[in-house]
Design a protein around this ligand. Structure first.
Ligand SMILES: [Zn+2]
Length: 128
């Protein structure tokens, strides 16, 4: 499949599944968050993939909003002891940050691939 034939929906699906954004068969990751150097199925080079802190930012923002809002509501309504807050919110924040981190990173890399995103360059080459 040519790169420009890939729909946004299919690219997002492949990224969320941790699959190669080009062929959808090979693995995108070589570890929990480490991107493989290339696709083991089609040979697509993944050196373009640089999601940087994007996945962590989106995941932390969403999880922080949900957990802090839930903790505030529970505190206002029930006023439980602090140990119960720790028992409730620490596992929830761990689950809400660690579980979606890899799919979100895959999604951002797949979107980079789909939109052919690259580092900014000045028009006219490498002249200063
Ligand atoms: Zn591939």
């Amino acid at each position: 499949m040519a790169e420009h034939d890939l729909s946004l929906r299919e690219a997002a699906r492949r990224g969320l599944a941790g699959r190669c954004p080009r062929c959808g068969q090979g693995a995108l990751f070589a570890g929990f968050l480490k991107v493989a150097p290339r696709c083991d199925h089609c040979g697509q080079d993944f050196s373009f993939a640089d999601a940087a802190d994007g996945p962590a930012f989106f995941v932390m923002s969403f999880a922080g909003f949900v957990v802090v809002a839930a903790a505030l509501v529970v505190e206002i309504v029930y006023q439980p002891p602090y140990w119960l807050h720790a028992l409730l919110w620490i596992p929830l924040i761990l689950a809400m940050t660690l579980l979606p981190l890899r799919p979100v990173k895959g999604l951002l890399i797949a979107l980079q691939f789909h939109h052919k995103a690259a580092e900014g360059r000045l028009a006219g080459g490498d002249r200063p």
